[in-house]
Design a protein around this ligand. Sequence first.
Ligand SMILES: [Cu+2]
Length: 360
Amino acid sequence: MTYLPTLGMGALLLIIPTLTPAFADEASATRPDSHAPIGVMGDHRHKAGEWMVSLRHMDMSMKGNLKGRHSIDDAQILNLPNQHGSPAQLRVVPQTMDMKMTMLGAMYAPNDEITFLAMAMQHETSMRLNTYGAMSRTLLGSFTSRSEGLGDTTLGALLAGGDVTQKYLNGTWHYGLALSIPTGSIQQTGRVLTPMNQQISGKRLPYPMQLGSGTYDFKPSLTFNSAAHGEWRYGGQVSGVVRLDDNSQGYRLGDKTNLQGWVSRRLAAFASASIRLDASYQDRLRGADSAITLPVPTAQTDFTGGELANLSVGFNFVGQHGIWAGHRLALEWTSAIHQKANGVQMEFQDTLTLGYQKAW
Ligand SMILES: [Cu+2]
C-alpha cells in the first residue's frame, strides 16, 4: 500500500489551499492541536452540555509473513507443523491483507467532570492466500477471503483526573473507563481452496478475519494532555484491553496494553502537524474455535499476539469561522517500525486514518 502516503500528501496539498481563506481567522479559541492525532481514542473531554460526533475511516495493510522479528517465505512456512493434524504441516499461506474500519462515535458531557462516549464500528477485511498441495507442496492456486459487517461496540466515560503544574510538565490528565460489547460476528465464513485442490464454501474463516472479539472487554485508559507551550503541545496515553470471559466459540483473544506519546506543532490558526510513537503488547489467544481448522498460520492459536510499535505523522485542521467554524478534519499516516510476532504472523505495513469531528 505504498500509494497511501502519496495519496495522503496529495489530499493534503488539495485541502490546504482550498481551506486557507475560510480557516484563517486567528481570533477563534478553537485550536487544531486541542485534539490529539486522530489515531488516538478517548484523548479529550468536553465541557458541560457539549456534544460531539465523529467519523473515522482507517485503512490498514499487511503483506508477507514474519517469524518472530524476521521475514519468512512460503517454502519455509510449509515446513511448520499444523496444530490441526491433517495435513501434518502448513499448506496455506497468507500473502496480503487489507483491513478497512469505519468508526462512528458520539460524545456527551453532562458536566465538566465526566464525558460519555459511544463508538460503533464497521469492518471490511480481505485476505489473499496461496494454497500448496498436501503431498506435492507445489502451488495449486490463490484465493481471496472476505468478511464485512458490524464490529464490536464501545461504551464508556472519560473522567476528569487533575492538573499538573510543574515547570516542564504542565497540563491535565483524565481516566477512561470503557466496555466493549461483542456486537461483531465471530462466525464469518468463506470459500477456500484446500491442499487437496478442492474449493469448499462455508468454511469458518481464521481468527484475524472475524469481525469482533466475541467477548466483553474492559478498556481502561489514562491520558495526559499538556498545556500549549507557544505553538507546541504534547500528550501521552496508556491503555489496555482486558477480556472478561471466553466467547461462545470457546476462546478469548489476548489481553492488550498500549503506550503512546505525541508532540504537535501549530502551523497556522487552523492547522497543526503531529508525530506520534506507540508501542503495544498483546498476549496469545487462549482456547480455540473448533471450526477454524485450515492448515494456515492464522488458524494456529499459538501464532497470536506479540509486540508492535508504530510511528505516525498526522495533521489536524479546524475551521475558524463562517460555515467551517468548529468542523475538524484530520489525517494520520502510521507505519510499523517494530514487530515481534509470536510464531508466524502477517507483517504490518501502514495505516491511513481520516477523521471528521464536530462539537456543539
Ligand atoms: Cu470529542
